[in-house]
Design a protein around this ligand. Structure first.
Ligand code: ADE
Length: 273
């Protein structure tokens, strides 16, 4: 899996991602992360990539052209790495659009229709996007290449977004100073789903959200700490009872802490039966 991060602050994302599990996954070649500086594609001698906003308004906007040139360079690099210059990593998919007119496969987890099915995924990190979920991470983990576009200042000229972006993602209903931290969050959560990235293959499967529930409480040694004892069932060695207890705890915790998730879990369980 290759992540291509378009940013004005490449060192920020690389430094944030090169340690611990994600750093080891990079060393092992399980994932590749490149940060491409949008400023390298500035087309003026001052390397300026932002300008005033038409119609007025505070702050500056990132201009369309450097973002587009940066995207084009990454797209070409991906095609070259695939050894197939004709591979459909273009944003121009008019022919495919026709082919898939009646298909519903080209929808992402939010039901947003992409312009064509096999299009290179370009994720724009923005508070105006669909809120990022585990389901979306699973969907992105199926891709071989993902471009993550980080905005700064007041955002990016809408025209280039219309041309290149396939997915708008928000990491929550609050506003940050740029898309770099959100991009790091997406890279982290998608990477841990790639086989081999976590030492323990089963752990990604059974954790929070994978079945729509929060994770049950967990304990390690010592058996008694601050007069608190580890629940007896976990010391029993009876696997079926342990599984039952954990499931009940997960349900209870979800009901108490995330009533929204609990409601969905109950209605999904009803639909399954
Ligand atoms: N950029 C600024 N705030 C953001 C958010 N909440 N999610 C994604 N990108 C952002």
């Amino acid at each position: 899996m290759n992540f291509h991060i378009m940013t004005l602050f490449p060192e920020m994302v690389l430094q944030g991602l090169n340690t611990s599990i994600i750093g080891r996954a990079m060393e092992k070649g399980l994932i590749n992360i490149e940060a491409v500086n949008i400023r390298d594609y500035a087309y003026n001698k001052h390397n300026k990539v932002d300008d005033y906003i038409y119609g007025g308004g505070a702050g500056m906007l990132m201009q369309a052209e450097p973002v587009y040139l940066c995207y084009e360079a990454i797209k070409e690099k991906i095609a070259y790495a695939k050894g197939d210059k004709s591979a459909d990593v273009s944003g121009d998919c008019a022919t495919d659009e026709k082919k898939s007119e009646d298909s519903t496969d080209n929808r992402d987890s939010a039901g947003t229709e992409h312009k064509c099915k096999d299009r290179l995924r370009v994720v724009y990190l923005t508070p105006q996007g669909e809120v990022f979920t585990q389901k979306k991470a699973e969907e992105l983990a199926k891709e071989e290449d993902i471009i993550l576009l980080c905005g700064h200042y007041e955002g990016i000229d809408e025209r280039v977004l219309e041309e290149i972006v396939t997915d708008n993602i928000s990491i929550g209903d609050y506003v940050l100073t740029g898309g770099e931290l959100p991009a790091m969050i997406v890279v982290d959560s998608v990477s841990r789903l790639i086989p081999g990235v976590l030492n323990n293959d089963v752990s990604a499967e059974f954790e929070s959200f994978q079945d729509g529930l929060l994770e049950y409480p967990q304990y390690s040694r010592p058996e008694i700490w601050h007069d608190k004892k580890v629940p007896e069932v976990l010391l029993s060695g009876h696997h079926a009872n342990v599984d039952k207890w954990r499931h009940e705890q997960a349900v209870q915790r979800t009901r108490e802490r995330r009533p929204d998730l609990y409601e969905r879990y109950v209605s999904d369980s009803k639909n399954r039966t």
